[in-house]
Design a protein around this ligand. Structure first.
Ligand code: ADP
Ligand code: MG
Length: 716
């Protein structure tokens, strides 16, 4: 029997998930500070701080028996530690480790501090690939750890290895997490039992224990998947809840979708809509006609004809007697709508205007007046549309192009200008289905996969910088034939630190190599390989006016070669441009490069894209770029990009306050994404506000976990 004292002690120790992490055993003031630096503020955060890998003592191999050429984990005593300096600038630490069956030399390059960490007599675990040279087994460990008495006692077990920071060691993290699991007791499941059973998921309490201190690696993976499911389901519920907050009290508009303006616009088109455009437009119009608020995402590569679909939707707005707003991330793009869609609206008798930051004050005032008086049916613009004095008496459709470039608050504040307005988001970034489902699970999705008129197409070629002459020759030939070209650089100028660049695997090597900056590259090219050609500059750091002027000159063929950053990625449409050279191409994500190359070969002349990359022919960077040579399918590339980088980075989403998944791995957890999406749909139908007692825990957990995302919408 347990004594009353013991029970009382245990009750006192029991802690809740939302208590501060300093409440945990072994967490003293300094360590509490270290935990906070890792972002582990609450007990919950500590429990959800998952291992990055495991140390599998059940599979430790004796040194004498480990196979040369294979990965192994060994455990032995340190016999000797030597700091060596074989070359003036190379330091390495060589450690001799022995067990009952032999000796192995572990070499640590460029980590001289390891000589201080390891001492003769220490019991250590090492993992890595075993090699053999100069008569000994050797290893360059990918992981090493000095084992204390606790760990040594846990032989034949699987120990977690955590991502840690200053002031926190892996063994210490193990100790507090182990104590926390014990003090928290059995964590109640937040997901309804019917779903847990239906999806054959591990219980939450067990998953938390197994993910930290697994009984087997199989159990650890099952536990991770359970936590990933929770993450995805809660994300879906958050997106749905957030949308409900956004739309609270608004009245959906039931649009007229077979009126005269729409017919007039369609018959004014100089072409027939493609099959895919017809389908997408049908889906958009059905949503618009329905008595609920549309939230649809239209996906398709640049040039697949999304804008025309949007134009038709705007015509339906005209037939309904309401108003539409179409917002683009740049003034260049907003102007292109005005030039491309404007004439179609004119032909259908639909009054429209353009509003950007560059619109002169007098014109702006008159546009705003006409808009407020309901005399304008459609307005194209940039974030200039978001200012308070832009008022719509009856805004019923919001079109947002390149939607991922806008923040949630920008999207919400445009939508707020018309309570219950339908929303059509468009994106040329080919988002894989899993990513769309998880990050945009609250939106319905239409896709256009093929261009209505296949342009002459693009050939992509990766080349080493020393072969750049090939590209410069092609540029000269193109210009001689009356065409134009782009040279793309990762940086704007010398002040640019590259922090806006895509987060590609090569990022860590950034410091070792100077990247091309547009401003200096333009000067070098003008003096060197492209002497005599008319060069111009386009970067994100130029003012809107300067950018517009540069684009206008390029479009008017006053410029032969535009030296630019990725600002040209979005929607710049100059069919006469046929050659593109991307410098330091390995510093761009595949999705970005795919977008970039879509700028050429759009017309009747074939395009040629050169990707310059300094990395060796067999490097991972070159392999990544080779995918672009091999396929022109944007969705295929996006899937590949996703498997190489974390999902948030594929979209440059991080900068936009997007959701980053911590546990789920979208490329291997596809089935979970589908399952969570389907389950959230069912929940939203049977209990949209999650008020039923069985759903209370779910609602609370969702709110706590994604607190910041709720606040973002409530603030807007
Ligand atoms: P996106 O907005 O997807 O980049 P756009 O709508 O701007 O694409 O269309 C790209 C080009 O293709 C435009 O010049 C447009 O006029 C043309 N286009 C669109 N749909 C068709 C079609 N069905 N047949 C022929 N040309 C089309
Ligand atoms: Mg477009």
């Amino acid at each position: 029997m347990t004594s009353a004292n013991e029970v009382a002690g245990r009750v006192q120790r029991t802690c809740r998930l939302d208590e501060g992490s300093s409440r945990l055993r072994y967490v003293t003031g300094k360590r509490g500070e270290a935990l906070r630096r890792l972002g582990l503020l609450q007990v919950r955060d500590v429990l959800y701080h998952l291992p990055s890998r495991y140390l599998d003592f059940t599979r430790v191999v004796a040194i004498g028996y480990c196979e040369v050429g294979a990965d192994a984990t060994i455990v032995g005593r340190v016999d000797k530690v030597e700091l060596k300096r074989p070359k003036p600038r190379l330091q390495l630490v060589e450690v001799a480790v022995v067990d009952d069956t032999g000796v192995l030399f572990a070499t640590f390059f460029r980590q001289p501090w390891i000589a201080e960490q390891l001492h003769p007599g220490d019991l250590v675990a090492l993992s890595g690939k075993v090699t053999f040279s100069y008569g000994f087994k050797r290893m360059t460990p990918t992981f090493h750890e000095v084992l204390g008495t606790d760990e040594a006692a846990s032989y034949a077990r699987i120990l977690p290895v955590y991502p840690v920071g200053e002031g926190v060691s892996v063994p210490w993290m193990r100790r507090i997490i182990s104590a926390a699991l014990c003090d928290v007791g059995d964590v109640c499941d937040v997901v309804p039992a019917s779903i847990v059973a239906g999806r054959s998921l591990m219980s939450l309490g067990r998953a938390l224990r197994e993910v930290h201190f697994p009984t087997s690696l199989v159990a650890a993976e099952e536990a991770r998947r359970r936590l990933a499911y929770d993450e995805l389901l809660l994300l879906q519920l958050m997106l749905l809840a957030r949308q409900r907050i956004e739309l609270a009290g608004s009245e959906p508009v039931e649009h007229v979708t077979d009126g005269n303006h729409l017919h007039a616009l369609v018959s004014a088109l100089p072409f027939k809509l493609s099959q895919e455009q017809e389908v997408a437009l049908g889906e958009v119009l059905a949503d618009m006609a329905a008595p609920r608020v549309m939230n649809r995402l239209l996906l398709g590569d640049v040039g697949t004809g999304k804008t025309v679909v949007a134009a038709a939707a705007i015509a339906a707005v005209a037939d309904t007697g309401t108003q539409a707003a179409m917002m683009a991330p740049t003034s260049v793009l907003a102007r292109q709508y005005a030039e491309g869609v404007g004439p179609l609206l004119d032909a259908a008798g639909i009054p429209w205007a353009l509003l950007t930051g560059a619109t002169p004050t007098a014109e702006r005032t008159s546009v705003l007046q006409m808009l407020a008086a309901g005399e304008l049916c459609c307005i194209f613009g940039t974030t200039a549309l978001l200012t308070e004095d832009v008022e719509f008496p009856r805004l019923s459709l919001v079109v947002i192009d390149e939607q991922h470039r806008f923040g949630v608050n920008q999207r919400v504040s445009l939508r707020r200008k018309g309570a219950g307005a339908d929303m059509l988001s468009m994106s040329a970034t080919p988002i894989p289905r899993t990513l769309a489902l998880s990050l945009y699970g609250d939106m319905s999705c239409s896709r256009i996969r093929h261009r209505p008129v296949a342009g002459a197409g693009v050939t992509t070629k990766v080349l080493a910088p020393e072969n750049s002459d090939l590209a410069y020759g092609a540029i000269r030939d193109a210009v001689a034939a009356g065409h134009q070209a782009y040279v793309i650089c990762p940086l704007v100028d010398e002040r640019d630190d590259g922090s806006d660049l895509d987060d590609v695997p090569e990022r860590s090597q950034a410091q070792s190599r100077r990247l091309h900056a547009a401003t200096s590259t333009r000067e070098e090219l003008a003096r060197g390989p492209l002497r005599g050609l008319r060069l111009d500059l386009l970067t994100g750091r130029m003012s809107a006016d300067e950018k517009d002027a540069a684009m206008t000159r390029f479009r008017a063929r006053e410029t032969d070669v535009l030296v630019a950053t990725t600002v040209v990625e979005v929607g710049v449409d100059v069919p006469n441009a046929t050659v593109m050279l991307v410098l330091d191409a390995d510093r761009f994500g595949l999705a970005t490069l795919h977008q970039l190359r879509g700028r050429v070969g759009r017309g009747k002349d074939a395009g040629m894209v050169y990707l310059s990359c300094a990395a060796g022919p067999r490097s991972p960077a070159r392999k990544r770029l080779a995918a672009l040579e091999a396929t022109s399918d944007g969705f295929e590339l996006a899937e590949l990009d996703l498997s190489l980088r974390r999902e948030g980075e594929v979209l440059g989403y991080r900068q936009h306050g997007g959701v980053v998944l911590k546990v789920c791995d979208l490329s291997s957890d596809k089935d979970l994404v589908e399952a969570a999406h389907a389950d959230a749909d069912v929940l939203a139908r049977i209990d949209p506000e999650l008020r039923a007692p069985v759903h209370a825990a779910l609602a609370l957990e969702c709110r706590q976990r994604y607190r910041a995302y709720f606040e973002e919408v409530e603030r807007a």
